[in-house]
Design a binder for this molecule. Structure first.
Ligand code: SF4
Ligand code: SF4
Length: 92
């Protein structure tokens, strides 16, 4: 398991969420992500999150490029707060 700033990656809830109501299945997010986080679901004809912990922490590239605004990430302020607490607990 990989670490991010000394925290096991799988303890960090940073990965995209796909709103399947909005997703048109255009595959742009799948093509843009080089980490294999996203994949095409043949049954629904939409994107799905296949490898969440391969997502680069604090990257939002796919969300910025999604034409349907179907991709979201955790709230930035809440996420920063979460990480600060994690780092504090690690150091104490
Ligand atoms: S870029 Fe957006 S609309 Fe296109 S497949 Fe990905 S989530 Fe769906
Ligand atoms: S945020 Fe970046 S690393 Fe994560 S799934 Fe999107 S493009 Fe890939």
């Amino acid at each position: 398991m990989s670490d991010w700033r000394g925290i096991p990656r799988e303890e960090i809830p940073w990965f995209p969420a796909i709103d399947t109501e909005k997703c048109t299945g255009c595959r742009e997010c799948i093509d843009i992500c080089k980490n294999g986080v996203l994949a095409f679901d043949e049954s629904s004809r939409k994107s799905l999150v296949a490898q969440p912990y391969n997502c680069v922490v604090e990257c939002r590239t796919c969300a910025r490029l999604c034409p349907a605004e179907a991709i979201s990430f955790p709230d930035a302020v809440e996420f920063t707060d979460f990480i600060k607490k994690k780092l504090h607990n690690k150091e104490n």
